[in-house]
Design a protein around this ligand. Structure first.
Ligand code: XMP
Length: 512
């Protein structure tokens, strides 16, 4: 892989995605990994990400100069660029000139491999207080800006390069091209990470893992589990049985949709189990979000174990397929040493005494890659383009204890919001729109001629590329009005609809 070394902040994930857009497989690793650990992975190239530190600050993460003796191509970005400069004998300083946001980059004569024949002046996204003032020996400086005398450098012989700006963000219009040039032209990495190569490789790996065993796959109705199931089906055919657990935390119509669309598209064996009571019982009295997630994760597994026992006559089901994605792994604190933001039900929420061996064919993929893989596997648009819906379902959209009546309220409100968004043609504009019930909050209202004391419903429409970051969607007022009017008129106990206008960060997409 290409390894993206994470110096903190939010950039590393995005860089990893951009590297993959250049058709090169990439993974994120923490900056605490030693050079030996990095090299053990046989990296084709290493990208040093940006980060929040100042290079000469006490305890600021450094780059071990030994990294540059290994013959591996290295690309530094922002903080990584400065750390690279310093490790190689150049200088970085706190000059007092900061650049934040859109900045003009001046390409110096020639522009080098990175900037050759790009416009002589073009916008880039900067975010730095320190800057490189002297490039290390052997490097050519190929761009400057007002606040960064050395804004890009390269040493194509040793296959090292770097930029002060952020090529990974959309506000650097030529950034993707610059990254691509580093990977393909300077580092000489071949663009081989394509959708069909992902499928071939994973199918092969699944066959190896499962051998002649049998697997069950939990379907949630979402894209991820559907694609994971389709992939495993391609690998092991009818030795896969899909299980749909109705945990009572589903949205209206979800169950029929899985039973109808997915089975029609794949012809897979499907068993539906009704576990509504089990989940409600387990969630009784629980209000803490992490505890809810862990309980739901555990009960899911128990339900699958039960299903596997019920299928015993058919043989031993030793494997459980899960549609875990790369961002789930990262956000649950797995893999990269990142903080545990929330325990995604299928990662941090697994019980310790798990009876199954896990098969997770999407564990390295981002959502957009999963959608492309789904299409490659022949799944229809209605499945592949579905908006994400979390495995713990409405359980993490009721703020407070989950009870049957509260689920009913939320289900009705959610159905109305979805109906209106769909009929306004907004399904592809938004990434998803959680509808949240603030079950422990009440406010006074007036409906008919009387006073009401009901609950608020929160609408959380977001736009995103990968759920790692998101912005709140500016929905048309008319649509908001229709949703609000209908919910307050049609759903008992709700007398107020509010709109969440928080981006991620700082808010996550789901409220819990
Ligand atoms: P957050 O709330 O972390 O959500 O910003 C990011 C994306 O992940 C979905 N999500 C989950 N999906 N199991 C899932 O399958 C989970 O436990 C879970 N938690 C959040 C969320 O809907 C959004 O798309």
């Amino acid at each position: 892989p290409v390894l993206v070394v994470d110096f903190g902040a939010q950039y590393a994930q995005l860089i990893a995605r951009r590297v993959r857009e250049a058709q090169v497989y990439s993974e994120v690793v923490p900056h605490t990994a030693s050079v030996a650990e990095l090299l053990e992975r046989d990296p084709l190239a290493i990208v040093l990400s940006g980060g929040p530190s100042s290079i000469y600050e006490e305890g600021a993460p450094q780059v071990d100069p030994k990294l540059f003796d290994a013959g591996v191509p290295v690309f530094g970005i922002c903080y990584g660029f400065q750390a690279m400069a310093v490790a190689l004998g150049g200088t970085a300083e706190h000059t007092g000139t900061r650049e934040y946001g859109r900045t003009e980059l001046g390409v110096t004569e020639g522009g080098g491999r990175l900037h050759d024949d790009l416009p002589g002046h073009h916008p880039v996204w900067m975010s730095h207080g320190d800057c490189v003032t002297k490039a290390p020996e052997g490097f050519t400086v190929t761009a400057t800006s007002d606040g960064a005398p050395v804004a890009a450098f390269e040493d194509t012989t040793r296959r090292f390069a770097g930029v002060q700006y952020h090529p990974e963000v959309g506000h650097s219009p030529h950034g993707q091209e610059v990254l691509r040039r580093f990977l393909h032209e300077i580092a000489g990495v071949k663009p081989q990470w394509t959708t069909s190569s992902i499928v071939d490789e994973q199918v092969e790996r699944i066959r190896e893992q499962i051998g002649d065993g049998k697997a069950i796959c939990g379907l949630s109705g979402g894209v991820d589990s559907a694609v994971a199931a389709a992939m495993v089906q391609r690998a092991i055919g009818d030795r896969l049985t899909c299980v749909f657990v109705d945990h009572g935390l589903l949205r209206a119509g979800e169950r029929t949709q899985v039973e109808r669309d997915f089975v029609a598209a794949t012809g897979v064996k499907l068993v539906t189990v009704d576990e509504r009571e089990r989940f409600l019982e387990a969630l009784k009295g629980v209000t803490d979000p992490e505890q809810k997630r862990k309980i739901i994760g555990r009960e899911f597994i128990r339900a699958f174990e039960q299903a596997a026992r019920d299928l015993q006559a058919d043989g031993d089901y030793d494997f459980l397929v899960q549609g875990t994605l790369y961002p789930d792994v990262v956000e649950s604190g797995g893999g990269t040493g990142a903080a545990n933001i929330k325990s995604h039900h299928n990662v941090g929420g697994l019980p310790d005494d798990l009876q199954f061996k896990l098969v997770e064919p999407l564990r390295a993929l981002f959502k957009d890659e999963v959608r492309r893989v789904g299409t490659e596997l022949g799944l229809p648009e209605v499945i592949v383009q579905r908006q994400p819906f979390p495995g713990p379902g409405l359980g993490i959209r009721i703020i407070g204890e989950v009870t049957g009546p509260r689920l009913e309220i939320l289900r009705q409100a959610d159905a109305i919001a979805r109906e209106e968004l769909t009929s306004a043609g907004l399904d592809r504009t938004i990434w998803q729109c959680p509808v949240v019930l603030l079950a422990d909050v009440r406010s006074v209202g007036v409906q008919g001629d009387g006073r009401t004391y009901g609950h608020p419903i929160v609408l959380r429409p977001v736009s995103s590329e990968d759920a790692m970051t998101a912005d709140w969607t500016r929905l048309p007022y008319e649509v908001l009005e229709r949703i609000s009017t209908r919910i307050t008129n049609e759903v008992a106990d709700v007398n107020r609809v509010v709109l969440d206008v928080t981006s991620k960060p700082p808010g996550t997409i789901e409220w819990e």
